[in-house]
Design a binder for this molecule. Structure first.
Ligand code: MLT
Length: 210
């Protein structure tokens, strides 16, 4: 069900397995709150799914923050939108009695998830970042000790250069995240390997509970 009562239009699917970690699903440019619900069900069966729609419109396409052009971000907006999204997560946790979620973001959704990790390090229990790039050239100091992050990059990604994904990996590791960075033989789009790796990573026992 799409619900507008909280500060973001979103979909919420309650957990069917109490011990499954809640997922925060963050769509790519032009997507909406419905896009990643099937993916969430595939990679984390039984998890509560919280899926907001990005509030920024670019030519009518929802996104999670403003960009000046492809790959060049309005960093003040990145910071402000990450703070706004953190507020929504707090509201939704209170409304639904949820633990801190693990973010699963694709493309622009992965970039706002990376910005959340680096600017609001207490908000997420961990993250799966699919085709993410550096959201902030110089992030503030953050303590991500104990937070697991899976970064899935595409070797043939025309939007995210390898060097950029590597720089994000350095930022996350410098903040203390337990980062697993995989580069797949893929472009910018989602592949079956992304789903398999994300599912296996989410199942791994060392997952941070918060
Ligand atoms: C972004 O703008 O976040 C990235 O360029 C990915 C995209 O949404 O195309």
């Amino acid at each position: 069900m799409t619900d507008a009562a909280l500060s973001f239009v979103h979909r919420y699917e309650p957990a069917t397995r109490a011990e499954a970690p809640p997922l925060l699903l963050l769509h790519g440019t032009g997507g909406d709150e419905n896009d990643l619900i099937p993916l969430g069900g595939m990679i984390a069966p039984g998890s509560a799914l919280l899926s907001p729609r990005g509030k920024v419109l670019e030519g009518g396409m929802p996104r999670f923050f403003r960009r000046l052009r492809e790959g060049v971000f309005d960093e003040d907006d990145v910071r402000a939108r990450a703070a706004e999204l953190a507020g929504f997560i707090a509201e939704a946790r209170a409304a639904h009695g949820l633990a801190a979620p693990v973010a699963v973001g694709f493309s622009n959704g992965a970039n706002i998830a990376a910005a959340l990790l680096l600017t609001q390090p207490d908000v997420l229990a961990g993250a799966v970042l699919i085709r993410a790039m550096v959201p902030l050239a110089v992030p503030p100091p953050a303590d991500l000790a104990g937070r697991r992050v899976l970064l899935l990059s595409g070797a043939m990604d025309p939007i995210v250069p390898e060097e950029n994904a590597a720089r994000l990996a350095v930022q996350l590791r410098a903040a203390g995240a337990e980062l697993d960075h995989r580069t797949l033989p893929a472009g910018h789009g989602l592949s079956q390997a992304d789903l398999t790796l994300a599912r296996d990573w989410l199942r791994a026992p060392a997952r941070t509970a918060a």
